[in-house]
Write a protein that binds this ligand. Structure first.
Ligand code: SF4
Length: 680
């Protein structure tokens, strides 16, 4: 790409929540290389292929470069003035005619904190409602519910550097070698050096192969297994009594629950041998410092928030929390899924997880923004689809999130999108969701703007503008300022640093954050309560955010679907190393030459029984839809179980999935859908 770079700009990877630091190499106004930074606090010179080579989508021919207005079945390019006027006019009309609650925003876990905060400000101050959500709803919202309930804060309790301090690591429902590759490589390295590793996963992933014990449970049985571990810990006197007494409450509730989960009973529910359950429980309780990381294999279940609570219960029972080398550490998926929620893109909380009906929060909001903070909780994403279908929701603004490819229940989602009076989508490319839009606004990529992302260890890191966006594309934060100003609520900032200053003035959690302080390699990990505070690498050290850590005894309940004669297989979905979520970015890079389709992993015995050979196209059939994809016999999955990814829109994989969801967080059950497999 045009020779070696002549200058560099320090930035942060735009893919996963590890948040690797990179030096973008520039030449003649273009990015020509991405080199991982030696002093990057979460990557120390390492990177995966997505961060290192998966950025050339930035120059893709099919980037949306002008606002596009729906014109029959096609599009008509229009100027920015006309487009921004249309957005402002449409939302003003909806508010005047149908009231503030007829509009909503779905913001982006790929956008910056500052952009996410401003979209929240738009919906609260301009429209007057809390109808805002982000894609954490479909990944880690169950973590938020589960950890808030038990600890009072939903983010990682410890830091990536704590992997080195742990004496045992438990990986629960996560495949970090593919989804968080730099962290996954670190885990493999530690395991090879002798660190005990317990992996709880239905698949025999790379990290499971390296584990001391792999608890290969049936999909959807996490709560039973975690309660089984708890049973052994309680029955064998492995509780940390002094920690429980000083730091927790509710132990009796939990003890009464786990009493009913002896290993032999749990073996029948989960398929995990009783002796392995005993061995894992003893190791976790007795290591001296056990740290857990968990992923969507815990949260994306009908009882996902219960799974998170059961995991926290184990840490509280054994004192494996609030110390170095321990804790509960959700592996947040997208680059800024942590930050989007921190920035107030939630229907239930304002920036910094502040409660909407807290009079102190409301007064501060009014004083700084000049508008009241709407007190009533807004709609979560699944509620928005219901509201669009019954006519209550008329206007929707979706930023950098392809709901029409990646949400479950796609038939319903697409029908809801098609019913809206006004849908504006902001994206780099014509996504599946954009096909339903009345107006499509181009977006600026992470290489084309300033701002911050917050990684999975709460580290707020700078991204810096490396190149100009093509054809005068505005960063998302400027778009929202322009629309708000046109709607009579002027938003004027000279630079995203001023937006962060405003966020700091509104949120005690971010009070000490400023760009000046972020402009150093270590950046800052929240909470940062004042300008002298160094940031927080270990949470809950002296006291839990809610005071005492709370045990919550949770019973095992089955997933939403069970295999049947018509649909005998359980399908689990997840990511591949080479691609990223809907694939819009990675499919437009050279990485496509490595993997160019979703494939169906099926146990070799099942493939042989059904007469399928490697690469043969098969049809997956669920009660909702069908999808065709090639089969890949693999012993990574057990008999009767299947695995595939969702990176290619042509597969339309998510249209097959179960409509079950976690009752409290509404996180969908992506991990258990029943299907049958037919020859094509
Ligand atoms: Fe980017 Fe994640 Fe890979 Fe690091 S591990 S380079 S943050 S995708």
């Amino acid at each position: 790409r045009h020779g070696p770079p002549t200058s560099h700009v320090r930035t942060t990877c735009g893919y996963c929540g590890v948040g690797c630091s990179f030096d973008a190499g520039l030449r003649d106004g273009r990015v020509v290389s991405m080199v991982p930074s030696d002093d990057g606090p979460s990557n120390h010179g390492h990177a995966c292929l997505k961060g290192r080579f998966g950025w050339t989508y930035n120059d893709a021919e099919d980037r949306v470069r002008r606002p596009l207005l729906r014109d029959g079945t096609g599009w008509k390019a229009v100027g920015w003035e006309q487009a921004l006027d249309l957005v402002a006019r449409s939302f003003s009309r909806i508010k005047d005619q149908a009231g503030p609650d007829a509009a909503a925003v779905i913001s982006s876990s790929r956008g910056t904190n500052e952009e996410n905060y401003l979209f929240g400000k738009f919906i609260r101050c301009v429209m007057g409602t809390n109808h805002i959500d982000n894609c954490a709803r479909v990944c880690h919202s169950a973590t938020v519910t589960g950890m808030m309930e038990t600890l009072g804060a939903s983010a990682a309790t410890n830091s990536i550097r704590d992997l080195d301090a742990a004496k045992l690591i438990m990986v629960v429902g996560a495949n970090p070698t593919e989804s968080h590759p730099v962290l996954g490589a670190k885990l493999l390295q530690l395991a090879r050096r002798g660190l005990p590793l317990i992996v709880i996963d239905p698949r025999r992933t790379e990290v499971a192969r390296a584990a001391t014990i792999h608890l290969q449970l049936k999909p959807g049985t996490n709560v039973a297994l975690l309660n089984g571990l708890g049973h052994v810990i309680a029955a064998e006197g492995l509780l940390n009594r002094s920690f429980i007494e000083q730091r927790t409450e509710g132990i009796d509730d939990w003890l009464a629950t786990v009493k009913d989960y002896p290993p032999e009973v749990v073996e029948r529910l989960t398929g995990v041998p009783a002796e392995d359950i005993r061995r894992a429980a003893r190791m976790y309780a007795a290591s001296g410092a056990s740290l857990s990381v968990h992923g969507l294999g815990v949260t994306e279940h009908r009882w996902g928030s219960h799974g998170v609570m059961a995991l926290v219960d184990l840490a509280l029972a054994t004192g494996n929390i609030a110390r170095p080398g321990t804790g509960i550490n959700p592996l947040r998926g997208q680059n800024n899924v942590q930050g989007a929620s921190d920035s107030g893109c939630l229907p239930t909380h304002f920036v910094g997880y502040q409660l909407l009906d807290d009079p102190v929060v409301a007064a501060r909001h009014h004083a700084i923004t000049g508008r009241p903070l709407p007190p009533r909780r807004g709609m979560k994403i699944p509620d928005m689809w219901d509201a669009a279908l019954d006519g209550r929701l008329k206007g929707l603004w979706i930023i950098g999130y392809d709901v029409a490819q990646t949400d479950p229940n796609l038939k319903k989602v697409r029908e809801a999108l098609s019913r809206l009076e006004f849908l504006v989508v902001q994206d780099l490319f014509v996504s599946q969701t954009a096909k339903f839009a009345h107006l499509l606004l181009p977006g600026a990529s992470f290489l084309e703007k300033d701002g911050t992302f917050t990684n999975l260890e709460r580290r707020i890191q700078r991204i810096r503008k490396a190149v100009e966006p093509p054809d005068g594309i505005l960063p998302d934060w400027q778009v929202v300022c322009e629309v708000s100003t046109r709607m009579g609520y002027p938003m004027r900032y000279n630079h995203p640093s001023e937006i962060m200053d405003e966020m700091a003035s509104l949120s005690p959690m971010l009070a000490g954050v400023s760009y000046e302080r972020l402009d150093r390699p270590q950046a800052l990990q929240w909470p940062v309560p004042d300008k002298q505070h160094p940031g927080t690498w270990l949470m809950h050290g002296e006291t839990f955010a809610r005071g005492k850590g709370r045990f919550v005894g949770v019973e095992y309940l089955p997933p939403g679907e069970q295999p049947s004669e018509d649909y005998p297989f359980v399908l689990v979905t997840g990511r591949l190393l080479e691609h990223y979520n809907c694939g819009a970015q990675t499919r437009r890079t050279e990485i496509i030459e490595l993997v160019d389709s979703d494939v169906l992993e099926m146990h070799p015995d099942d493939a042989a029984r059904l007469g399928f050979t490697a690469g043969q196209l098969v049809r997956l059939v669920s009660a909702r839809s069908t999808a065709v994809l090639p089969v890949a016999p693999s012993d990574r999955v057990r008999r009767g179980e299947l695995f595939t990814s969702f990176h290619f829109p042509g597969t339309d994989l998510n249209s097959l999935l179960s409509s079950s969801a976690d009752e409290s967080s509404k996180c969908p059950e992506y991990k258990v859908s029943t299907v049958r497999v037919e020859p094509v």
